[in-house]
Design a protein around this ligand. Sequence first.
Ligand SMILES: Cc1cc2nc3c(=O)[nH]c(=O)nc-3n(C[C@H](O)[C@H](O)[C@H](O)COP(=O)(O)OP(=O)(O)OC[C@H]3O[C@@H](n4cnc5c(N)ncnc54)[C@H](O)[C@@H]3O)c2cc1C
Length: 480
Amino acid sequence: MRQRVAIIGGGITGLAAAHHLCEVAPQLDVVLLEATSRLGGVIQTTKKDGFLVESAADNFITTSPVAINLCQRLGLGDELIGTNPQGRGAMVVCKGKLEPIPAGFLVMAPSRIWPILTTRILSSVGKLRAGLEYFIPKRKQLDDESLKAFVCRRFGYEMFERLVQPLVGGIYTADPSRLSIAATMPRFPQMEQQHGSLLRAMMRQRREAGQAKPENSGGARYSQFMTLRGGMSTLTSALANSLPAGAIHRNSPVCAIVPEEQGRWSIRLAKGNQQWLDADAVIVASPANHAASMLASTDKSISETLGQIEYASCGVVSLAYRRDQIKHKLNTFGFVVPLAEHRLILSCSFSSLKYPDRAPDELVLMRVFIGGACQGGLLQLPREQLIQLAERELTELLDISQPPVFRDLTMQLQAMPQYHVGHCERVELVEKRLASHPTLALAGSALRGVGVPGCIESGEKAAERIANALAASNCEVCHS
Ligand SMILES: Cc1cc2nc3c(=O)[nH]c(=O)nc-3n(C[C@H](O)[C@H](O)[C@H](O)COP(=O)(O)OP(=O)(O)OC[C@H]3O[C@@H](n4cnc5c(N)ncnc54)[C@H](O)[C@@H]3O)c2cc1C
């Protein structure tokens, strides 16, 4: 009898786990249980009226090679494309106007001095305070703190309010006064501890890089991002197509995972007739709150800890305009909005300027993000009003003379896990408890990385853990 592994959740994490399990342990029977009728989870590419619209992730960072490796193993190497070399950079709203984010300012800290000294985004006092970072002693306590506390302590409130909050808000749709610095940007507290100052660390890195070209884009290192020509669903579809026939079970929401003898599991499906499925091992790749309720009677500690991970929601409005009806130069990839500006959107990405083949010629496709942890109340508005609100903001900020020729809205409800202060301890606690359940693995965006590469990595690691646990238990049976 082939041993069976059940994977719960058909987002990128569950699909990557299933695919990798077939790679490393082809003798196992893989069953993927997805609650809805569609695979991909939050990732969804739609092609409509000549536009390629992404509902969630529209690209991934390549500093970790896992996503590129996976694409290559799936035969998608030729589909990978980088960002447009023109326009790499972002803007921030400052007193109602769009200003370029200083070159070399990467999410949290400046890596170049001159662009920060000359920017109009910070006042002279704000610049002076940011420069004092060089002399501020490192923190003595090594416990976690919020991203806001970290940045205000090192660079001052103004740099936090005007640059870091909107950039981080754009990435995590989060409240930086609750976001854990250790879980989201561990590199920066490490730099503080090693070099005493982030500016000192950055200057040293620049010196060591020698003649290497300094980072020119502001906001993010756009040269390190990639996507797939046909959109992110190309990856989730290729993963699904790589699985053996009959492995995927759509419309199969799981409501409980119950331990049986010898490390085996009974999986209860929440379908009308309450079906049960037996498995030798389980990988849970659903959002943490769902995993928490599935495991409520199996392991109270894991369930309660997962239940503490909060989620935020956002609305993604896609709008397209004729290029000649937009007065703004659109010479970057988009903009972010500080909460201090009291506007109703979080950020806007110029999708068709960032990547090719996203819109017909002469048209520009933009994605506007609304809501998040700090403005979630806006998502109570009717869909049509949310779209109108995004239109109003773009019309004003980009000086657009005519209404959009294309509109679309995706609601991403409870879709973004929030890594609040103490997140690393929560994840460690869950991982410690998992040691007593060798045939159970957890994976997904709620644990050690919200980005696509982090999700793939956690899915693949879960697959390896389960393959090893089953191989070890088979050895024990053979020897006894
Ligand atoms: C708006 C937005 C923009 C983003 N942009 C980027 C980006 O540009 N780059 C980047 O790297 N990342 C980005 N991300 C993050 C990234 O897309 C996600 O973290 C990642 O896709 C999550 O994948 P997942 O498989 O872990 O979870 P999900 O995609 O949430 O999939 C979980 C799956 O589990 C299923 N499920 C839930 N409960 C059950 C149950 N009881 N039984 C069975 N199945 C169940 C769900 O239906 C779902 O299909 C973005 C996310 C959002 C929301």
